[in-house]
Design a protein around this ligand. Structure first.
Ligand code: NAD
Length: 499
């Protein structure tokens, strides 16, 4: 096959990349007080991509102060209807600049631009549109008071109020989408936000910041501070002026966020890692299940929190499924994020490449069989071959740990109880899936999974209306849908003695 010519980089993106990437504080493009910067790299070739302002406590303090001022200002008094128009407009403006967003996302994170165009950008738009509709629907309830110790004639009701200044710290695997997952509901509920993008992928959040101003978000309502997790992320988690921290990232860092947040007992929600089981029963439509299992693990280079990284296959179809998914893996086109032919791009960084290769080495050392893949691809950029491992045992690191790369560990099962024990034998509980044509079996297996999301004959279906979050060490709380407002509002109970 002859390679197609690369997707061209629009002049607007070239211009964007020629400028330093600064913080957004109180509505202004703001360099660091120290004037320090850090570099980011294009994962496809390791070349320098952007110079980014290196935030520190000074920037966090200024951003939190701006967010507090904005909360106490016009934003705090704005009607839900007016907030809705602005949030809707953010979605429209992303749509107008969709190509710039897609190319920046591909250059920054390594994901194929074709996927950013088809998935990341449209979903981010959807998130703002969906939550624009919620601004006018966040309601309390009226509640009868009947306890014998308080006889009287009472009217009691609840109101949902913004929680205040929200700090949002996010990962690099879906940079724009994760920013939308935090900002859209937090703003819909009337909060103000300080967002810290992942240091590897600061670009689309910065462009989103520009759009926020254009959409009419008042100064200080959305602030963006760039920098490293141990500085900016930790300072936000610990800051006494922050009322709530919403974190998306690894379980390990999630635990340190909880510790840092103790000082003022700020509210904490955590969207963390996963090691999700994906089950193929013998009675499934096997062609669909094999394609679905390949998509479950290889989509986004396997850098997806909900990736189906442990595949359980019923014994009688095990050989066929292993062969099918291995063939699918070997046929995937691994290449530069700007090649229109690429189905898998590079991993996000040298560090992530080393991490994934380390796991591949440990799998081999512990006795797993590599059916396909298993190595770095090429010597330029951070590419890894899509990999299928068999002969795995429950204690191997490739089975217990979140690898966050295109690596699936396949094992077989022969009965329901054994399957459920193995599927749930993990500290994580983010997602799970089952492929079967038997409706009762599908629901019995779904009921047995200890996971926040279960897909039946599908995978990776995410929607702004569907609650998402983790059991066990995959997190605290739920994002999306009406559930997310538990995280972004306080409930006030008002009791009137009617006399
Ligand atoms: P990470 O935990 O290393 O970093 C996430 C964010 O936290 C980054 O912005 C980072 O700068 C910041 N951070 C790092 N150390 C910090 C500290 N001590 N205090 C405060 N902030 C700190 O995770 P990652 O490598 O960027 O992302 C991969 C992880 O994210 C995977 O575990 C993946 O499963 C998870 N993830 C979860 C979801 C979800 O919705 N559940 C979505 C995407 C990614």
């Amino acid at each position: 096959m002859t390679a197609s010519s690369p997707i061209s980089v629009p002049t607007t993106v070239k211009n964007f990349l020629s400028r330093p990437v600064n913080h957004l504080i109180d509505g202004a493009d703001t360099p660091s007080r120290s004037h320090e910067q850090f570099l980011t790299f294009n994962p496809s070739d390791g070349a320098e991509l952007a110079h980014v302002a290196l935030g520190a406590e000074a920037e966090v303090d200024r951003a939190v102060a701006a967010a507090r001022k904005a909360l106490d200002g016009p934003w705090g008094r704005m009607s839900g209807s007016d907030r809705s128009k602005i949030i809707w407009r953010v979605g429209e403006l992303i749509e107008q600049k969709a190509e710039d967003f897609a190319i920046l996302e591909a250059l920054d994170s390594g994901k194929p631009a074709t996927y950013a165009r088809a998935v990341d950008i449209p979903l981010a738009i959807d998130w703002f549109r969906y939550f624009a509709g919620w601004t006018t629907k966040i309601e309390g309830t009226t509640i009868p008071v009947s306890a014998v110790a308080t006889p009287g004639n009472y009217l009691a009701y609840t109101v949902r109020e913004p929680i205040g200044v929200v700090a949002a710290v996010i990962a690099w695997n879906f940079p724009l989408m994760l920013a939308a997952w935090k900002l859209a509901p937090a703003l819909a509920a009337g909060n103000t936000v300080v967002l810290k993008p992942a240091e590897q992928t600061p670009l689309t959040a910065t462009l989103l910041g520009e759009i926020m101003r254009e959409a009419g978000i008042p100064d200080g309502v959305v602030n963006i501070v760039h920098g490293y997790g141990h500085d900016v992320g930790n300072a936000l988690a610990a800051h006494p002026g922050v009322d709530k921290i919403s974190f998306t990232g690894s379980t390990e860092v999630g635990k340190s966020i909880i510790n840092a947040a103790r000082g003022n007992l700020k509210k904490v929600t955590l969207e963390l890692g996963g090691k999700s089981p994906n089950v193929i029963c013998a009675d499934a439509d096997l062609d669909a299940a094999i394609a679905g299992a390949a998509n479950a693990i290889f989509f986004n280079q396997g850098e997806a929190c909900e990736a189906g990284s442990r595949l359980f296959v019923e014994e009688s179809v095990y050989d066929r499924v292993v062969e099918g998914i291995s063939t699918a893996a070997a046929q995937l086109n691994v290449g530069d994020s700007l090649s229109p032919d690429s189905q898998i791009g590079p991993l996000v960084s040298q560090r992530q490449l080393d991490r994934v290769l380390g796991y591949l080495g440990s799998g081999e050392a512990e006795g797993a069989t590599t059916v396909t893949g298993g190595k770095r691809k090429g010597s330029v950029g951070y590419f890894v071959e899509p990999t299928v491992l068999t002969d795995v045992t429950p204690s191997m690191k490739v089975v217990t740990d979140e690898i966050f790369g295109p690596v699936v560990a396949v094992s077989s099962f022969s009965d329901h109880d054994e399957l459920m024990r193995a599927a749930n034998d993990t500290d994580y509980g983010l997602a799970a899936a089952v492929w079967t044509s038997n409706v009762s079996k599908a629901h019995n297996i779904a009921a047995g999974f200890k996971a926040g999301t279960v897909w039946i004959n599908s995978y990776h279906v995410l929607d702004p209306a569907l609650p998402f979050g983790g059991y066990k060490q995959s997190g605290w709380g739920r994002e999306h849908g009406s559930s997310v407002f538990e995280a972004y509002t306080e409930t006030k109970t008002v009791i009137l003695n009617r006399g």
